[in-house]
Ligand binder design. Structure first.
Ligand code: ADP
Ligand code: ADP
Length: 584
């Protein structure tokens, strides 16, 4: 097959903004003298795609005229289709002058590019949100993010000195030019791209194979790894699933997996058209477009942001001009009696069908440690997802004891530690008094020092919880604000505040270390409960009473609570349900 038959880039050639290698040293030295612009994560993604020609024929962050024309007509002033205004918003500052060259840097201050300011213009958030996204609703992640963007857009010639560095999955990060080389080597002129921001299940495998067959094409599996919808499965997990699938379930001569560092706008139909244009630059002449393509779901009134088929219609409308065919993603369902997938429209009403929604995948299967069935997802994918989303009884949790000195925090925490070990959990006890001998050695009891102490304990606890362990913290922690900071740091779903509510008189009577007596005599100042405040929790998850209940009884109550929340699993329940899929 003629190796040069891939579709040409949009506009005829790939934009290439990389500075010539012999110029780079000189440009870097010059850039270090220039005022800097610190790019957001989004702008870094945009710069990478501009630099490598993924947005061809666009060769810069848009200027005023292009901005207007994109908003009104989805075109650049020179005529080509371009549906999304790729802007570089910045805050006003004295360095912003026309003809000024600026160094563009990432969050770590790495120098990426030099931009010569040719335009500085104001933009209107309401107008942009309304025209591009069709909504002002802050449930739309981009509409919400736009509140933080700078008030001015800047544009001008770009000289890129270095692409943003990526240290993960380097073999899969292909520029448009590199992608084209790899596609050409596969020897087919038709290429159908699949855009995704989700793990792939059997239904996606089925539909991508069907689409490739339908148009006799190679599949460009092109997941977005730049910015997707907040809350999406992280790209490390997703890419592992794509790799497993591409390696084991597709004909290697018919698939190319490559990662796209795009910052999605979640702009529905406009975004779908943008995806088609971008994929043309990577060498694809078809794009699979499904229901609700690039939509962030529903708005604050519970209504979908976009017409579910709006994306298909818009891509279809421009398909000829863009020379990218739209392959509609037809909805497929599983037919358990026939053990195969088919288009929903072809299935007679009386035939049994099966499907599992994304919410059920998380809540019913993963959280409970049930294995996803093989008809739904390949075992390799099920295993990777199970690792990322362990069942609740293997997720971390922080038990935060608070109360007066002598209330019984340490005593109860020690009993509890042993009981949790008995359940097979990994437990770290961070006892205030003990922590003060190493992690917080040298800190005293001023408000600042106490807050530092609590923040240190909280930081360690949050790391333990993140890695699936149980952190038991027992510190007086008399200040509500500090406790709430820790709660937010750990994540409130994984934070259990245990108020050890022992009356001051009882604590004082116990007076383990003779400190209350000293405080009363005035030999010790700033003692909690005597001459320093204790702010009791307002809505603790648990309140313990230590006058009538023993430490064992209280520990048992906490164990019961953790069992009811699913953070502990009784051995008698182990194995039950593994492999079973509820509802089948
Ligand atoms: P804290 O850690 O809150 O400063 P400790 O656990 O070190 O308190 O001390 C509490 C003291 O009270 C211990 O001497 C313990 O034996 C005694 N105590 C009596 N009844 C209880 C109870 N029900 N729970 C916890 N401790 C109790
Ligand atoms: P926090 O750092 O939240 O105050 P810790 O549990 O780390 O709580 O420290 C409280 C312990 O330190 C008390 O049990 C008490 O034995 C001892 N302590 C020494 N001086 C004071 C003081 N001024 N106020 C409170 N506790 C004190």
């Amino acid at each position: 097959m003629n190796p040069s038959t891939l579709i040409s880039p949009y506009g005829g050639r790939l934009v290439d903004l990389m500075a010539a290698s012999e110029e780079v040293d000189r440009l870097k030295a010059w850039a270090n003298q220039l005022p800097s612009v610190r790019l957001s994560e989004r702008s870094v993604c945009d710069l990478e795609l501009l630099a490598t020609g993924a947005f061809s024929p666009l060769d810069r962050f848009v200027g005023r005229e292009d901005y207007r024309r994109i908003l009104d007509e989805m075109r650049l002033t020179s005529g080509p289709i371009f549906p999304i205004p790729v802007t570089l918003p910045v805050e006003p500052g004295p360095a912003l002058r026309l003809d000024q060259a600026m160094a563009l840097r990432d969050a770590r201050n790495e120098l990426l590019a030099v931009m010569t300011l040719e335009e500085i213009y104001e933009w209107d958030r309401t107008e942009m949100a309304y025209q591009v996204l069709g909504t002002l609703d802050v449930r739309h992640p981009l509409a919400a993010e736009m509140h933080r963007w700078g008030k001015l857009n800047i544009s001008g010639r770009l000289q890129v000195l270095q692409l943003p560095r990526h240290y993960d999955f380097q073999e899969l990060r292909l520029t448009p030019a590199q992608t084209r080389v790899r596609l050409r080597a596969l020897g087919h002129s038709n290429v159908v791209a699949f855009q995704t921001r989700n793990p792939l299940h059997r239904v996606h495998e089925e539909l991508t194979k069907r689409a490739a067959q339908e148009v006799d094409a190679v599949l460009l599996l092109h997941p977005v790894v730049g910015m997707t919808k907040p809350g999406d499965v992280d790209h490390y997990t997703r890419v592992r699933t794509y790799k497993a699938l591409a390696a084991r379930y597709y004909d290697p001569g018919r698939i190319l997996l490559a990662l796209l560092p795009l910052a999605m706008r979640l702009a529905g139909p406009r975004e779908a058209l943008w995806h088609a244009l971008i994929r043309r630059n990577y060498g694809a002449n078809f794009l699979i477009v499904g229901r609700d393509h690039a939509s962030p779901g529903v708005d604050s009134a519970g209504e979908p942001f976009y017409d579910p088929y709006g994306a298909q219609e818009l891509v279809q409308r421009f398909s000829q001009e863009l020379a990218v065919g739209m392959v509609p993603f037809r909805e497929l369902v599983y037919l358990p009696d026939e053990e195969r997938y088919d288009e929903i429209s072809k299935v007679p009403a009386h035939v049994r069908t099966a499907s599992i929604s994304g919410t059920r995948v998380r809540e019913e299967y993963l959280n409970n440690g049930h294995k996803l069935p093989e008809w739904f997802t390949r075992p390799e994918v099920a295993e990777i997802l199970a690792e990322t989303y362990p069942p609740r009884h293997r997720q971390g949790v922080c038990l935060w004891f608070t109360g007066l000195s002598g209330a019984g925090k340490s005593t109860t925490a020690e009993v509890l530690t042993v009981r949790l070990l008995e359940y097979g959990r990994q437990v770290t006890l961070l006892d205030g008094d003990v922590v003060r001998t190493h992690l917080s050695q040298g800190l005293g009891f001023s408000r600042e020092d106490r807050d530092i102490n609590i923040r240190r304990i909280g930081f360690v606890a949050s790391e333990i919880v993140r890695h699936g362990g149980i952190a038991i913290c027992a510190a007086a922690s008399p200040y509500r604000a500090a406790r709430n900071d820790v709660r937010n740091g750990v994540g409130t779903d994984h934070f259990v505040e245990v108020f050890v509510d022992t009356p001051l008189e009882v604590c004082e009577q116990r007076d383990l270390k003779g400190m209350y007596a000293k405080a009363r005599r005035g030999e010790l100042t700033g003692f909690t409960g005597v001459d320093d405040p204790y702010e009791p929790p307002q809505n603790p998850e648990m309140t313990l009473e230590t006058v009538r209940s023993t430490p064992e009884e209280n520990a048992r109550r906490i164990v019961d609570y953790l069992l009811s929340r699913g953070f502990l699993m009784d051995d008698t329940h182990r194995g039950r349900g593994e492999g079973l899929s509820p509802g089948r």
